[in-house]
Design a protein around this ligand. Structure first.
Ligand code: SF4
Length: 309
């Protein structure tokens, strides 16, 4: 007769092959190094939210060398912080990161808190970032769902080419059901499935022949059907958009030593009309400037613009 069975947590079938694959494929990124700090992990997650690894890595290295702790960042001038953010885009993230650093100093003695609830109470920290910090900084079980994870799970579990335009409750529930119970395995799974989405199960050309879960992927087994929601996905244009003009205004002000008058700014944003740059329509320029003022990314005094001090 066999003895009583001990309850061994059962792993979802996707987990073992993805963890094995990750053992050999994980990129050597500085925010994964053994000497990383929780604050360094948080900074990386904020930078990576809308910017690819290849652009984030050099900025993250310079940033962490200059401001290794929340206290260092909290004390810096906002203009310097925005300059160091450089071309990562969506610079409101830099402002929020500095506000977060100041809150960590004021409310937590300069140490990043260790619970999800306390992290969520910090400026600029949403559900995703709090979960990612719990997993990658503290090695705790969390359900970390970014665009890479959503894509892998929509293909493997749901048989869909791409996830729906916005994150649904059903996706969160399904993602949570795959995450192992054990803290260490869960933390590693989160990093591994994210990496699989970034390196193998990419949006445009998934490499199913190199994929560790090809044999159980519903989308591949169904013959890789076309994206059923292609007609509702908005392509985000770039050239000539307000986002592009805002980026050019920020680039001009980052490069300026002094406050910049209106007409000079228009020329800088155009890339120098005398040198063949493209003029920007006045209405668009002023709309974009007003938006940057509202966001606290630009200050104006006597018709001169500058980064906030
Ligand atoms: S088999 Fe292809 S589509 Fe499925 S998870 Fe792997 S890379 Fe993605």
């Amino acid at each position: 007769m066999s003895g009583p069975r001990h309850d061994v947590p059962v792993l979802h079938p996707l987990v073992p092959p993805v963890l094995d694959w990750f053992d050999g494929a994980a990129r050597d990124l500085p925010w994964r190094a053994p000497d990383r700090t929780p604050w360094g992990v948080l900074v990386s997650e904020v930078m990576l939210q809308q910017t690819p690894v290849v652009r984030v890595e050099p900025v993250w290295r310079r940033w962490m060398a200059r401001w290794p702790t929340p206290a260092d960042l909290a004390e810096e001038s906002t203009a310097e912080v925005l300059r160091a953010w450089d071309r990562l885009g969506y610079p409101r993230r830099a402002l929020r990161l500095q506000q977060c650093a100041r809150a960590v100093v004021e409310d937590h003695g300069g140490e990043l808190p260790r619970t999800e609830a306390e992290l969520l109470a910090l400026p600029g920290i949403g559900t995703y970032t709090a979960a990612a910090v719990m997993a990658f900084a503290y090695g705790r079980r969390a359900v970390v769902v970014d665009t890479n994870v959503r894509r892998v799970l929509s293909r493997t579990l749901a048989g869909e080419a791409l996830p729906p335009p916005s994150l649904s409750r059903a996706e969160l529930r399904d993602a949570g059901a795959v995450v192992p119970d054990d803290d260490a395995q869960a933390s590693r799974w989160n990093a591994a499935v994210m990496e699989l989405g970034a390196l193998v199960c990419t949006a445009r050309s998934p490499r199913c022949d190199a994929c560790p879960v090809a044999a159980q992927c519903a989308w591949r087994l169904a013959g890789r059907p076309a994206d059923a929601l292609a007609h509702v996905r908005r392509r985000q244009p770039w050239h000539g958009t307000d986002r592009q003009v805002r980026g050019r205004i920020m680039a001009a002000l980052r490069a300026a030593d002094h406050p910049v008058p209106d007409d000079v700014l228009a020329d800088l944003v155009a890339g120098g009309t005398a040198r063949g740059g493209t003029p920007v329509d006045d209405t668009q320029l002023h709309r974009c400037l007003a938006g940057l003022l509202d966001d606290g990314l630009v200050e104006v005094a006597d018709g001169h613009h500058r980064l906030p001090r």
